[in-house]
Design a protein. Structure first.
Length: 212
């Protein structure tokens, strides 16, 4: 009886971890007032319908299909590609400030402000120079470190056209052929924590029954 309970607890934990590690799927939609090639974009969860937030793209030279469904990996690094070359980069601290500021004030920011924030993010991530407007005179680029913003942890939502599994993705160039775009996301993502915590709770309950 005890061995059966232990096996069941292990199964629940493995299932919860495997679900938490599976790449969730997202829709990328347009937003009212978005101008040019940048954001903000709306991210909707296909795997988790409760996911609904606005974000900016980090990589300027990648195309994305609005309304399309993508697999998303939440990573501390942004994964870039240019032709056959692939590389990763950290999220600049100014980028994190700007996105936190946007999340705090998105309902009051003008469309022009949002465009300036997008251009500033591209600049801080080293992505300007491909036809985007200059950041000369860009208030958000010049004053990012002075903005009062929340301290959410900002990570990269790297979007892929196929389920590439778990990283590190930069060790597998084949994966980059499936990458669509890199966005920003404030973490942790609630759905992943819920799945993992459910598995741990299940294990705790079973262990308690065994010990009684």
């Amino acid at each position: 009886m005890k061995s059966r309970s232990v096996l069941l607890s292990m199964f629940i934990l493995l299932m919860s971890v495997s679900l938490a590690q599976a790449l969730p799927q997202y829709y990328v939609n347009d937003t009212i007032g978005r101008s040019g090639n940048g954001g903000p974009f709306q991210i909707l969860g296909y795997t988790d319908p409760s996911v609904n937030f606005q974000t900016f793209c980090v990589e300027e030279t990648e195309y994305i299909s609005l309304g399309g469904k993508y697999y998303g990996s939440i990573d501390p690094l942004v994964y870039y590609s240019s032709g056959s070359n692939t590389f990763s980069a950290a999220i600049d601290p100014h980028t994190a400030i700007l996105y936190n500021y946007f999340l705090d004030n998105q309902s009051t920011l003008s469309n022009a402000d949002k465009t300036l924030i997008q251009n500033a993010i591209w600049a801080y991530q080293g992505q300007l120079g491909y036809g985007s407007p200059s950041v000369a005179g860009n208030y958000y680029y010049d004053n990012a470190s002075q903005l009062i913003a929340s301290s959410r942890t900002i990570m990269a939502l790297n979007l892929w056209t196929a389920d590439v599994g778990n990283g590190p993705y930069y060790n597998n160039p084949v994966d980059f052929s499936d990458r669509a775009q890199s966005m920003l996301i404030a973490t942790p993502e609630p759905g992943i924590l819920i799945l993992l915590s459910l598995g741990l709770v299940g294990v705790a309950v079973i262990r308690r029954k065994v010990s009684i």
